[in-house]
Design a protein around this ligand. Structure first.
Ligand code: ARG
Length: 578
């Protein structure tokens, strides 16, 4: 409410400053105070006294002028001038109550579905075949998935595009090695350690000439559509994605196998794309390769950046695939917005590709294409997050460690959890903590991965928010009293009400900016505001009258629902008891 009045006054000053020369320094001293005696309204401001000099009028006249200039507001009952020139605001009593009531009555908590849903293609996760999911994939996966949930909740038509790295010359070597491994064992090969598989394959390739020759011939065969090589390649893709699906499920990420749109999907389009670029005179042949020059991007030497779309040997590149992929997404899904959750180091690559795609007419100006970039995940030492021996941390190991840390933590805290619930609680806290640590930071910055901080029960963490939720639910286990009309009688209640009503806006911001940390900050503030309310406003004590108690219970109910829905949009579960 205070901010609302502040906005009204600021608008008013802006209007007045067209006519009067207003000293901007004075404006900083404007006070909006809550009145002690409600007979004088709910808020009072000294603005008229401050502006009297600039406006060369007596304060009471200035007050009249201000009141006449104020925008109409559906939240203000009336205004009055008091004493030497104070302006008193009488707030419409039922305004906030009514809004809270409609929020409470609405399953969607006053978040409206969009009138004109967009087709939004979201490129996220995108791990590589025959590799373990690495740290930057957890960022893309978790942040992308949260934005997907928000967009879908708002009613958009979202297409998840898992741009899996499933193509490239390395597949000759991988097929040759898979073949060798299969010959060695009679049983069906199960790959549990892709890191080792890849390393060993590379070792054979580098040290065994016969193997290398075979590997190279397999690349050619695979590209030529050879049936055997294709079958082996598919096997590698399937094994990888089956393993990754386990990770997605464990992370409560909404991706499934049907969302896979790997690089290979675009293979057939690549020759046509290159021909098309040549024909449109966007590409030139340079030293046998096909290249597009972009004068607005300069390389280190200050020359225009050249993007190769076909190599001398006829092979295509990552950039060619990404070009095809813009065309595909626009045509196939009639996309209005293309979002790419990819780490910030690929920014120039993407910008260059999209520039070409626009010039070639694959995406017109009405289509929004955006790089929703993110920084790196760093260790406590500020260096890229690595294992003790300096290797990449496998996502699976990271999640295992999270769960074992939470198991220990719950033992230490002597939590009262039934054996039946235990596994679920551990899962929710561990996964929630890891995801929230990532989601709660502005994605554009690097962030420091710190077990102790993310698992703490106070601070801006998932366990803190999950605990806040459980704590509110525990109130309802102590009473059967029905919820009542919400009446706002003091500052703690009003702050909570204001925080609750800001929920739809926070969600909307996440959708617009693709930044889940906005929602995290919102939820963290809401939980803090609730804790303050909870200390200041007794609920179940004997001396609380029935209307007040029922009103406060309704505020508790609404807070818990916003926390649950908000965390849900982040892909984090809550528990009734923890
Ligand atoms: N597979 C790539 C990597 O691991 C990410 C792909 C991102 N998506 C895209 N359309 N280029 O870095």
């Amino acid at each position: 409410m205070k901010t609302h009045i502040e906005n009204l006054l600021n608008n008013c000053i802006n209007k007045l400053s067209n006519e009067y020369d207003i000293n901007k320094d004075l404006v900083k001293n404007i006070r909006i105070d809550r009145t002690k005696d409600k007979a004088h309204g709910d808020f009072a401001t000294n603005i008229a006294m401050l502006l009297a000099k600039s406006l060369k009028k007596p304060p009471r006249d200035v007050a009249t002028l201000i009141i006449d200039t104020l925008d109409k507001s559906d939240r203000i009952e009336k205004t009055e001038i008091a004493g030497p020139g104070f302006i008193n605001f009488f707030v419409k009593k039922d305004f906030i109550s009514k809004q809270l009531k409609s929020m409470l009555d609405d399953e969607r908590l006053s978040i409206k579905k969009i009138d004109a849903p967009l087709n939004i293609v979201v490129d996220y996760s995108a791990p590589n075949v025959a590799k373990e999911m690495a740290v930057h994939h957890i960022r893309s996966t978790v942040i992308g998935d949260s934005v997907v949930r928000v967009l879908e909740f708002l009613g958009h038509n979202v297409i998840r595009a898992n741009h899996v790295g499933d193509w490239g010359t390395q597949f000759g070597m991988l097929i040759a090695y898979l073949e060798r491994k299969q010959k060695e064992s009679s049983e069906d090969l199960v790959l549990s350690d892709f890191e080792a598989f890849y390393r060993e394959a590379k070792l054979c390739y580098d040290s065994d000439e016969e193997f290398a020759v075979k590997a190279r011939s397999y690349v050619v065969k695979l590209q030529g559509g050879d049936e055997y090589c294709n079958k082996m390649w598919k096997k590698l893709v399937d094994m990888t994605m089956t393993q990754n699906q386990e990770i997605y499920d464990r992370l409560d990420v909404t991706l499934s196998k049907k969302d896979i749109m790997g690089e290979s999907l675009y293979n057939d389009m690549l020759p046509t794309i290159v021909d098309d670029l040549m024909q449109k005179k966007l590409a030139v042949i340079d030293d046998g390769a096909v290249c597009v020059y972009l004068p607005q991007y300069k390389n280190k030497e200050g020359e225009p950046l050249g993007v190769i779309v076909r190599k001398q040997d006829g092979g295509y590149l990552y950039a060619t695939t990404d070009l095809a992929c813009v065309k595909y997404r626009v045509e196939k899904f009639n996309a209005n917005r293309l979002m790419y959750f990819i780490d910030s180091r690929q920014h120039q690559h993407l910008e260059a590709v999209w520039d070409i795609a626009r010039k070639a007419g694959y995406a017109d100006d009405s289509i929004v294409i955006e790089h929703d970039a993110f920084g790196m995940m760093l260790g406590k030492d500020g260096k890229p997050f690595k294992t003790r021996s300096g290797g990449t941390v496998k996502l699976k190991d990271l999640l295992d460690e999270a769960e074992s840390r939470v198991t220990k933590l719950l033992e230490e805290r002597n939590c009262n959890i039934s054996d039946a619930d235990r596994a679920n609680v551990i899962h929710n806290i561990a996964i929630g903590a890891v995801k929230y640590a990532d989601l709660s930071k502005n994605r554009l910055t690097d962030y420091i991965f710190d077990w102790d901080l993310m698992l703490s029960f106070d601070g801006n963490t998932a366990p803190y928010l999950q605990y806040a939720y459980s704590r509110i639910r525990s109130i309802f286990r102590k009473t059967n009293e029905p919820l009542g009309d919400i009446v706002i009688n003091n500052e703690a209640e009003e702050s909570l009400a204001t925080a609750l009503l800001a929920f739809p806006d926070a969600v909307d911001q996440v959708a617009q900016k693709a930044m889940p940390h906005i929602l995290c900050t919102y939820l963290f503030n809401l939980a803090g505001t609730f804790m303050h309310f909870y200390e200041a406003c007794p609920i179940l004590k004997d001396d609380v009258d029935e209307n007040t108690r029922r009103s406060r219970l309704a505020l508790c109910e609404l807070t818990s629902r916003v926390l649950k829905q908000g965390l849900g949009l982040l892909g984090i579960n809550v528990m009734e008891q923890m």
